[in-house]
Design a protein around this ligand. Structure first.
Ligand SMILES: Cc1cc2nc3c(=O)[nH]c(=O)nc-3n(C[C@H](O)[C@H](O)[C@H](O)COP(=O)(O)OP(=O)(O)OC[C@H]3O[C@@H](n4cnc5c(N)ncnc54)[C@H](O)[C@@H]3O)c2cc1C
Length: 437
């Protein structure tokens, strides 16, 4: 049985999986480990970057085999599916019937269970909030109770703790999700370059109101007067057109190179080219949803480009009042360090509240950035960035994290004690061990 890592391949703690294909495999897996006095954790598609999806025991229950649809009402757009069903599978049945996921992250390969456990957000947070707002009910298996159903009216405390609960409150067996109606699977998008961070905030303040989906790419190496330059992208489902599932051609990164292909020179060259390629006047085009929502999915196993040491993503959110200054301070630190990658994203989040206790987004601006892993990153740059986020009243995203201190986690997610009180004693992640000690 091959072992599993997280998407960032750091920390390098291989996980031994027990495959789960049937709901009873979940209860059996928990009971077997309980007898051996060991803890475990669910592992979906393994697309979380750091250690929140890695078990403290290094033994996981692999839930991607729970991949069946249970029920669907195509009049109301309500679909019930097992936790291992991926967003790709969900879209392949829902798009032809005129429905899309209400919230989708930047990859369609996530599982429903994994997406709920991180209460994922997408390019439409300002309209739809997080995925947790669209979950009607979910089935949970725990080591200390019979299978149970949680919703906003039944087992409410567990429902709220499980949404964004990092897989700690029980194994999600299935969930019912409310989809959103679409008339076409094509996206009408607008792309526009901006020269400064102030321009980003001005564009976002007006265009976010007009579009359903918004996100910006940012040049993390630009400094001085170019600090914060980037490309703003917005889009909406077209009113007319086919309802077609996309099957884009996919390449695979075949091997892990001996060193990271992402370095100061390649980042600088890519960023300059990408930025210049976009124009200051808005470019409008209509095309398939796939390249708009999931550009990175076109290269399978792209995480290998960072070499054997892997990489870390830094994703934080800075509250509205301090967003401009906080993001500028972060970008100054990053540009000065010469570290970073072309995958840098900036996006405004709204105040639409999630039912989840540990949900990441808050009204403000989120910055997400990948870095090849190195000691300099963890001991020099990240502590500087953490200080900016802390002083600005922001927080880091556990789904992407492999370094947050216990103090920062506990201060910025005060509801963690409520989740700890409801944690299944058989479930424990490396992340949770690190941030709650
Ligand atoms: C290219 C890329 C783009 C991304 N873009 C975004 C984005 O835009 N927004 C965003 O929010 N996130 C984003 N992410 C992060 C990703 O959406 C989340 O990490 C997601 O939770 C991964 O789902 P997964 O199925 O791979 O779960 P895993 O990574 O395997 O697990 C995630 C968590 O879910 C728990 N879990 C999994 N299955 C179950 C289950 N059945 N029951 C209970 N707990 C379970 C695990 O224990 C773990 O804590 C992105 C990731 C990548 C690689």
């Amino acid at each position: 049985m091959p072992t599993l890592l997280s998407w960032g391949r750091h920390p390098q703690t291989p996980q031994t999986p027990t495959p789960c294909h049937w709901p009873d495999d979940l209860s059996r897996g928990l009971a077997d480990l309980q007898r051996q006095g060991r803890t475990t954790l669910a592992y979906g598609a393994g697309l979380s970057y750091g250690d929140s999806g890695l078990a403290a025991s290094d033994h996981v229950l692999h839930t991607i085999g729970l991949d069946r649809f249970i029920a669907a009402d195509w009049q109301t757009g309500r679909v019930t599916a097992q936790a291992g069903v991926t967003f790709e599978q969900m879209l392949s049945v829902s798009i032809p019937r005129g429905w899309y996921l209400p919230v989708s992250p930047g990859t369609k390969y996530v599982t429903l269970g994994g997406a709920i456990a991180n209460d994922v957000h997408g390019k439409n947070h300002h309209r739809h909030g997080t995925l947790g707002r669209h979950i009607v009910r979910l089935g949970l298996r725990r080591s200390d109770r019979a299978p149970l159903v949680c919703s906003a009216t039944d087992e409410t405390a567990l429902f709220r703790a499980t949404i964004g609960g990092l897989g700690l409150t029980g194994l999600i067996e299935w969930a019912e999700v409310k989809l959103m109606p679409i008339r076409s699977s094509r996206i009408r998008s607008v792309t526009q370059r901006f020269d400064t961070l102030d321009e980003f905030f001005a564009l976002s303040a007006t265009l976010d109101l007009q579009h359903e989906f918004c996100v910006s790419w940012i040049d993390c190496g630009a400094a001085g007067r170019s600090l914060g330059r980037g490309v703003y992208m917005a889009g909406d489902f077209a009113d007319e057109g086919p309802l077609e599932v996309a099957h884009p051609r996919r390449l695979t990164m075949p091997v892990t190179p001996p060193v990271s292909l992402v370095n100061r020179a390649t980042v600088r060259a890519f960023n300059a080219l990408y930025w210049r390629h976009a124009t200051r006047t808005p470019t409008v085009r209509t095309g398939s949803y796939a390249p708009f929502f999931y550009p990175l999915d076109s290269v399978l196993q792209w995480n290998r480009i960072y070499g054997p040491a892997g990489f870390q993503q830094y994703q934080c959110v800075i509250p509205e009042a301090s967003a401009r200054d906080g993001i500028a301070a972060l970008l100054r630190e990053i540009a000065a360090s010469g570290l970073g990658s072309p995958l840098a994203v900036l996006k405004r989040c709204s105040d639409l509240a999630s039912p989840g206790l540990l949900s990441f987004p808050m009204a403000g601006t989120t910055l997400a950035l990948d870095f090849p892993h190195s000691d300099r990153l963890t001991h020099d740059l990240f502590p500087r960035l953490d200080a900016v986020v802390r002083n600005a009243g922001g927080r880091l995203y556990p789904a992407k994290d492999a370094h947050m201190s216990a103090r920062d986690f506990q201060d910025s997610y005060p509801a963690w004690t409520a989740v700890e009180a409801l944690r299944d004693p058989q479930l424990l992640s490396r992340f949770w061990q690190r941030v709650t000690r």
